[in-house]
Design a protein around this ligand. Structure first.
Ligand code: NDP
Ligand code: 2IT
Length: 463
């Protein structure tokens, strides 16, 4: 389904940065971090936005603040041995990149997927720094995970894996130090197993050490919904800035996990017609609009596939195994599966079909050349750092509730989520306009996030 990240990265190498200083910083990052194409891609995208900041504040170069923000504070890699149900022993690799704690404890999800490697976790941790800064909350940036594949594993196997993973990771966590949450392959079930093992090892009921917990034991209302809902709210803000809204828009969504499901649900609540969802096997096109209750039953209860959805839905739905959801004509596209899933070819198809807005529910799902094409074609583009920040922002609300031993209502939490997404939109819009690139949410998000985190770093000394 997704093109090779390798291809996407090498295709971009012909594009230079705007100043010799930025070019030389980037060359050094390539030299010191070999074989990490996703990390290179994420860094390049931020550096491409920074020229106007350096024009205005050349002293940032002397302080080497770009080099500092691109170097993780700490990188942890560890062995995760576990036994499957038949007694066979497996060895996976665990990662936690504690990237930046200038604004708060390291905060970011854990991803369990066979494609996870150091470069992937570093790109995710790097993006998380700026995303978390944009929320305006007291959270630093981090990310972790493992190349463990939970697909087809029993609950008992997943539990044993999580227990082994947490046995090592627990040394580095703490509500004031590092606070993981979910990401691909890590949802409520895994957070439960991880929390149980942390509690057992540390002898502490430390709610604020993980977010995405169950509602009965320290979790927050609306955290499950937050990323998808937040992305749709962000999209609605971008459309509103152009005098439009979500009502009646034809929407395509990729993925069928946490982010995709709640993007579909919120878009429908705002009157849109969502016609697709997908997984790594193929996609579903449902003319009548995705039946989100059925999708939840299949994915959340049964851990099934979108092909099961097509089978059970009846005549309106088709299961397609060639091409991608981007082939389906739409007004709004919400990539919500994985990195580099929307490439230049897909962007060309979207533009040809008249897409108005693309907003990233996933992290870095759009390749750099695709982003450029969409922006040049006048398509409004919401970068993941801003658009999918509702998940981590609601994680910060979970931490706040845990610290105060409180439990807020769904309405109160959702209201805070809505306000946060409006604030992030306004920050990005205003920052882009102030730097002479009105409507460029990529530049707005990168510059605003960069300034918030690096101002904190500068105030705290050479650290
Ligand atoms: P889930 O594990 O719930 O769902 C992931 C979905 O993406 C599945 O449909 C999966 O299909 C598909 N997918 C994953 N990897 C690939 C791949 N390599 N190729 C094709 N399809 C793939 O994860 P989430 O919904 O939580 O995460 C989706 C995206 O959103 C990720 O980029 C994540 O980083 C990002 N995100 C998540 C947040 C959260 O709060 N959960 C917050 C902000 C961003 P299949 O089952 O076939 O693998
Ligand atoms: O990419 C992300 O922002 C997440 N996976 C959520 C992180 C969090 O700590 O809630």
């Amino acid at each position: 389904m997704s093109p090779s990240p390798q291809t996407a990265y090498y295709r971009e190498q012909e594009h230079g940065l705007r100043t010799p200083e930025l070019n030389s910083i980037y060359s050094e990052i390539l030299r010191r971090n070999p074989g990490e194409p996703e990390f290179h891609q994420a860094v390049l995208e931020v550096l491409e936005s920074l020229a106007p900041v350096l024009d205005a504040r050349p002293e940032l170069l002397d302080a080497r603040v770009i080099e500092r923000v691109c170097e993780p504070e700490r990188q942890i890699m560890f062995r995760v041995p576990w036994q499957d149900d038949s007694g066979q022993v497996h060895v996976n690799r665990g990662f936690r990149i504690e990237f930046n704690s200038a604004l708060g404890p390291y905060k970011g999800g854990l991803r369990f997927h066979p494609s996870v490697n150091l470069g992937v976790v570093k790109f995710l941790g790097f993006e998380q720094i700026f995303k978390n800064a944009l929320t305006g909350m007291s959270i630093g940036g981090g990310k972790g995970g493992s190349d463990f594949d939970p697909k087809g594993r029993s609950d008992a196997e997943v539990m044993r894996f999580c227990q082994s993973f947490m046995t090592e990771l627990s040394r580095y966590l703490g509500e004031h130090t590092d606070v993981p949450a979910g990401d691909i392959g890590v949802g409520g079930r895994e957070i439960g197993f991880l929390f149980g093992q942390y509690r057992r090892i540390t002898n502490r009921w430390e709610a604020g050490v993980l977010t995405g917990k169950g509602l009965g034991w320290g979790g927050s209302q609306a955290r499950t919904e937050a990323t998808g809902y937040g992305n749709v709210l962000f999209t609605a803000e971008m459309l509103q800035a152009r005098g439009e809204d979500m009502e009646g828009q034809q929407v395509v969504v990729s993925g069928s996990g946490n982010v995709a499901i709640y993007s579909i649900e919120k878009a429908q609540k705002l009157g849109a017609n969502v016609v697709t969802c997908s997984d790594s096997g193929g996609y579903v096109m449902d003319e009548k609009g995705i039946d989100v209750a059925l999708l939840k039953e299949i994915k959340e209860v049964g851990r099934g596939r979108v092909s099961d959805y097509a089978e059970r839905r009846g005549a309106s739905a088709r299961y397609v195994t060639t091409g991608q959801v981007w082939d389906v004509p739409c007004d709004v596209a919400l990539p919500s599966a994985t990195q580099n899933e929307l490439d230049l070819d897909a962007a060309q198809i979207l533009v040809r079909n008249g897409v108005k807005a693309v907003s990233e529910g996933a992290n870095m799902p759009t390749t750099p050349s695709a982003v450029r094409l969409l922006q040049e074609a006048g398509v409004v583009f919401g970068p993941g750092k801003a658009a999918n920040a509702g998940g981590v922002a609601t994680s910060a609300l979970e931490m706040q509730q845990n610290a105060g031993r409180e439990s807020w209502s769904f309405a109160r939490t959702e209201e805070r989520l809505g306000q946060t997404m409006r604030d992030i939109h306004e920050t990005c819009r205003e920052t882009a306009e102030r730097h002479g690139v009105p409507g460029d949410y990529v530049a707005g998000a990168n510059i605003a996030g960069f300034e918030r985190v690096t101002d904190a770093m500068l105030a705290q000394g050479v650290i």
